[in-house]
Design a protein. Structure first.
Length: 401
């Protein structure tokens, strides 16, 4: 192995993080360290101000008009669980898609298993894009919620939200969008897309610290919301009644202030310079161009673009920097291990916590060769790193062919 490690698993969590965000978080830890909503002393007030600043910056980043529609969470998973438990009631029907992550699938299946709700899953195409016609065929009078991911964490295909918003409106259902993979890589506007609930991680494309995420909800959702967790919020302690105002009702317990500081600064950084949102495009284009014809590797979900020779640049508006490969003469796990052990290149192999999507994109879900080899560059990935990855993967696939 030569040179520094190359991190290409930004879809799991980004690295390196947004530098000013890390610096602000470290400064907060070293020089403030207080928690929010608890004390009126000086450092407590500073913590409160950081929380408000984060709500404001995140609300602006997603096009919301009210900072108090943002509740802080500890991950995308936390935000999704809070949203699903928050709105679903016994008897509700939910439409989700086969592209969803386990953080959507498992809470839904748990609620279904306990007899509270019914769930149907819309099909996805070979690119991993959920099919609106399939979802429309599942809709009924009981449909209360439609859950769709803004992008597949397996293929990187972005979902056009407009037909989903139209379907939700036609069947008077609410629209929940999982933006965990897109935030920071593609713009999203909750008002333009009529999104009722948006869940996101703060530690992926946004560039915040791990242990961060948030939930956005419209006012209509906020007034009738069942909390996932109850406890201290620093508010109305004269009463032990569980009812608390939004967003505090989602935020019981001490918040991750260093993480929240990092989300505030990361969001402000993107708001100041929106071109940063797309600065993964060159490295990603290089990756796709270099590997689309590599013998022994089949790039998943790009057939149309490759056939029409339209990799660039418009197709990147419908992509995030995630490329998945089916591995022909070996297994994704073996390739990932060789890349790590002999080349210092860190990529992920397997099902990527999204087990339902794989049959639709031509892959298996069991056995050592199941799933994909997923390569996800980030905002900071360099051309040199992609060249080193390309060299390594060519060497390995040639050796095992
Ligand atoms: C599409 C999608 N949704 C939700 C999540 C969960 O986010 P977190 O890792 O912050 O819990 C992930 C994580 O990989 C994801 O890819």
């Amino acid at each position: 192995m030569s040179g520094a490690r190359i991190y290409l698993d930004n879809a799991a969590t980004s690295w390196p993080k947004c530098k000013p965000a890390v610096e602000a978080a470290v400064d907060f830890i070293n020089n403030c360290g207080a928690t929010s909503g608890r004390g009126t002393y000086t450092s407590g007030q500073l913590a409160d101000r950081w929380l408000s600043r984060a709500r404001l910056a995140l609300s602006q980043l997603i096009g919301a008009d009210n900072a108090n529609c943002i509740a802080m969470c500890s991950s995308g998973t936390h935000a999704l669980n809070a949203a699903l438990r928050g709105v679903l009631k016994a008897g509700d029907h939910v439409i989700a898609t086969r592209a969803e992550h386990n953080s959507v699938l498992r809470p839904l299946e748990w609620l279904k298993h306990h007899g509270d709700i019914t769930v149907d899953y819309a099909e996805v195409d070979g690119c991993g894009r959920p099919q609106i016609a399939s979802a429309a065929g599942l809709a009924s009078d009981a449909t209360r919620l439609i859950c769709v991911g803004h992008a597949s964490n397996v293929t990187g295909a972005v979902t056009d939200l407009q037909p989903w918003q139209e379907l939700a409106s036609q069947c008077s259902a609410k629209l929940l969008v999982d933006a965990s993979q897109t935030l920071g890589y593609q713009s999203i506007n909750v008002k333009d897309s009529s999104i009722d609930l948006l869940c996101a991680a703060g530690h992926k494309g946004l560039g915040g610290l791990q242990g961060t995420g948030f939930l956005y909800a419209t006012e209509e959702i906020r007034i009738d919301f069942t909390p996932l967790m109850l406890g201290g919020t620093g508010l109305r302690s004269e009463s032990i009644a569980p009812v608390q105002p939004w967003p505090n009702v989602v935020e019981a317990g001490n918040l991750n202030l260093p993480g929240i500081v990092s989300m505030a600064v990361a969001a402000e950084t993107l708001l100041r310079d929106q071109t940063r949102i797309g600065c993964w495009r060159d490295a990603f284009t290089q990756l796709v161009s270099n590997t689309q014809n590599t013998p022994g590797l089949n790039l998943v979900g790009w057939a149309d673009e490759i056939a029409s020779d339209h990799l660039l640049p418009e197709s990147l508006d419908q992509r995030i920097p995630v490329a998945s490969y089916h591995v022909v003469h070996s297994s994704p796990h073996d390739l990932a291990a060789i890349l790590n052990d002999f080349h210092g290149i860190e990529v992920r192999a397997g099902l990527h916590c999204a087990g339902l999507i794989h049959p639709s994109i031509g892959g298996g879900t069991s056995g050592t060769d199941s799933g994909t080899l997923r390569v996800s560059p980030g905002h900071h990935t360099t051309s040199d790193e992609i060249d080193r990855f390309t060299l390594a993967i060519n060497e390995i696939t040639t050796a095992i062919a």
